[in-house]
Design a protein around this ligand. Structure first.
Ligand code: PMP
Length: 365
């Protein structure tokens, strides 16, 4: 990177902005790791040097999320999505699992589970266009003896987020791809948390899995080795060659996050950033959001303008102001501002100002 790099505000939903300091550090040492004359991505994953990178990344994940010792921390292949298959493959002893349907990603997890177990939707907000997090009858779920309850903690496309994590006896499995380490999660409340790295954690392509060790014992030996969480545990996530670059870069992001003051601290900042945008929406009769107030995401703010024409104009003018990648997912339409950890408060302020100006201009023309 040079000083002439264009200054932009990157609101991409994923892969997403990485901290500038992290990219700088990576670019400085990528061709020559610690003065050894080679890159970290040019050496064996079994070399002591890479083993140290991986061990340090795991250590920092444990520190940042205060992970109890009875949980394993694993780097799995196939991003978040392979865990849609792995979770039911590994944990279905009774042959039925409960799913909360909060949109596209939870639906994909549900569909995949149907290949390995009998998934049951126990709550859904589908009828109202996924505009809220539905209430759960946790006692009824516990009575049914499901192998686990699956939730998506933050719904990247619709902009909803579980404010309270369900409290129940049934093991809770959470896809936290778009809010992991962007908000505090009490790991001891979960059977497993999984996430793709590419939003708050690092580059795309791998999954981070935090799983209670006793649950892993459920996995039948018959399942493919690379789809068995025990393999990842037994071989320190290196049964075969992992994406060494992603793990290395993630390690840098973990160090950056520690420097920011940890997860609780960045959560505060994320709340502040999202409040700046929600404030504009609440003050406005021009912008609207379908998301119910108690389900608003602090990571992805999804909103709409009065017409498609104005939406297109908004996106063009935003790009001219270096406010990038704000187009909503095609299923939800409108605008989506993803406010992951690496995006500073200044970005949210600029967007809020831009929104106010755009509204005033549109009304006066
Ligand atoms: N779950 C959620 C909530 C997501 O937002 C995404 C990616 N946008 C995924 C799963 C899929 O992640 P991956 O591409 O790493 O499989």
């Amino acid at each position: 990177m040079t000083n002439t790099k264009k200054h932009v505000y990157n609101f991409s939903a994923g892969p997403s902005k990485l901290p500038d300091e992290v990219l700088q550090e990576i670019s400085e040492e990528l061709t020559d790791y610690k003065g050894n004359g080679y890159s970290i991505i040019e050496i064996s994953h079994r070399s002591p040097m890479f083993e140290e990178v991986l061990a340090q990344a795991e250590h920092d994940v444990r520190t940042l999320m205060d992970i109890p010792d009875d949980y394993a921390v694993l780097f799995t292949h196939g991003g978040a999505s392979l865990n849609f298959s792995m979770a039911p493959l590994n944990f279905s002893v009774n042959g039925k699992a409960a799913y909360v349907d909060t949109g596209v990603w939870s639906d994909k997890a549900f569909a995949e589970a149907g290949k390995f177990t009998k998934p049951v939707v126990v709550a859904s907000s589908k009828e109202t266009g996924y505009d809220h997090i539905p209430q759960l009858d946790t006692q009824a779920i516990d009575r049914e003896g499901y192998d686990f309850l699956h939730i998506t903690t933050n719904n990247t496309i619709f902009g909803t987020q579980f404010r309270d994590i369900p409290n129940l006896q049934t093991p809770l499995i959470a896809d936290a791809s778009s809010d992991i380490m962007g908000r505090w999660l009490d790991v001891s409340r979960f059977g497993m948390i999984y996430a793709g790295l590419q939003k708050n954690l690092g580059p795309a392509g791998m999954g981070l899995v935090i799983v209670r060790k006793d649950l892993m014992q459920r996995a039948p030996d018959s399942i493919p080795k690379l789809l068995n969480y025990n393999t990842y545990q037994e071989y320190d996530s290196m049964f075969n060659t992992p994406n060494t670059f992603a793990i290395y870069a993630m390690g840098k992001v973990m160090k950056w996050l520690i420097k920011q003051g940890g997860v609780r601290k960045v959560e505060e900042t994320n709340r502040f950033k999202s409040a700046l945008i929600y404030e504009v929406l609440d003050d406005s009769d021009f912008y609207s959001t379908k998301v119910k107030t108690d389900s608003r995401s602090i990571m992805n703010v999804v909103f709409h303008l009065p017409s498609q024409e104005l939406t297109t104009q908004f996106l063009t003018e935003a790009t001219n102001h270096n406010l990038l990648f704000l187009r909503g997912h095609k299923i939800a339409g409108g605008i989506r501002a993803s406010l992951y950890n690496a995006l500073g408060i200044d970005a949210a302020k600029h967007l809020a100002d831009f929104m106010r100006n755009f509204e005033n201009k549109a009304k006066s023309s």
